[in-house]
Write a protein that binds this ligand. Sequence first.
Ligand SMILES: Cc1ncc(COP(=O)(O)O)c(C=O)c1O
Length: 435
Amino acid sequence: MESRLKLFPPASAVNDSGHLVIGGCDSVELAAEFGTPLYVFDEQTLRGKCAEFLGEFTRRYADAAVLYSCKAFINKALAQLFMEEGLGLDVVSGGELSIVRSAGFSMDRVYFPGNNKSAEEIKLALELGVGRIVVDNLQELSLLEQLAGEEGHTPDIWLRLTPGVDPHTHRHIATGNVDSKFGIPLVLGEEAVTTAMSASALNLHGLHFHIGSQIAETGPYEQAIEIILKFAADMGQKHGFGLKELSLGGGFAIQYTLDSPVPPVSAYAEALTSSVIGGCQKLGLAQPRLFIEPGRAMVGQAGVALYTAGVVKDIPGVRRYVSVDGGIADNIRPALYQAKFEAVVANRMKEKEADKVTIAGRFCESGDTLIWDIALPPVSAGDIIAVPDCGAYCLPMASNYNASLKPAIVMVKEGKARLIRRRQTLDDLTRCDLV
Ligand SMILES: Cc1ncc(COP(=O)(O)O)c(C=O)c1O
């Protein structure tokens, strides 16, 4: 079980009692103090990822910026941490925009993509003066032009293009292929560029693409960069378009299971920056300011979900189910796109993995299974199950299914834990109801 430690935040360890330790805190004590399900974020890992992405990219490409993609998970504490670390943010809704604003994040470092922004959301972005509005389609372009004109704003914008490459990831998280709800297909790119360039209320600063998520190879990025730079060069020749800024999106993969290693951040940085530098040289383009938008890779490994085991059910000759006190309501990813996770028994870290079990959630759906057929030490009711790599796309997709309470979240650092979101209460379940 100790080999699975490498999937947890880097400084995780096992103490003399055989308990999993995260950020210097005994995870079994955290579960006792704050209850379960509990999401634990390791501050050192979060700050380390910020430094790693910034360092690896700016070392190779001086004019590079890192935007954290808030959809992976955001709250006030995280927004403040990313501000301290010198990152920008990518938000996809008025809701995310409001959260980061309430955390005091500088609006000029906030970038706003999204495939169906409402007029209210666009107006909010204009009023707050976000850094860039990332226009996703021609309809949005004309709505933005109209709203900016009416309200007397001159927003800086990017155009999101779909380069038409296959990112080799699950189809639910692929976005860069031609047949996608996201972005402007290349065949309409010229119309978008000329419309944006001629709109007096809009400042076209650059282009954006995001080809998908959990992309474990660099090839699809290299293809997309080549296609988009070629498009920019064409637009330069035909219409005098200058590519001042280019965002390559996010999508960098993290290692969820022991048998699915992923490239290090340095490999992505090397491939992406050298493609941009080489492509610009070949096409005679000035090097644009470069942006990346990692979400999952920034917070995924920093977050650990802790559950308490309850019913252990044997179906002789078939399977042993261990049901935990969370599941689909706090982590829908296995049900949504067959995401795979590993787990450990946090209070039995030194025991042999002599059993094979399936970890099921507590919700009324047969699809509510977190992990199929995993080798663990024999589990009894009351044991603490820890699932690594739960920092991204679990909490933001959490629901109140079966009227469950959304989990508490703690941030751990140097042996201290602070609550960064309280667990919901039963009163929260009816707070918005009117009779
Ligand atoms: C526009 C955009 N940028 C960045 C991301 C972040 O992707 P990831 O979390 O895979 O890095 C997404 C996720 O879907 C996105 O839509």
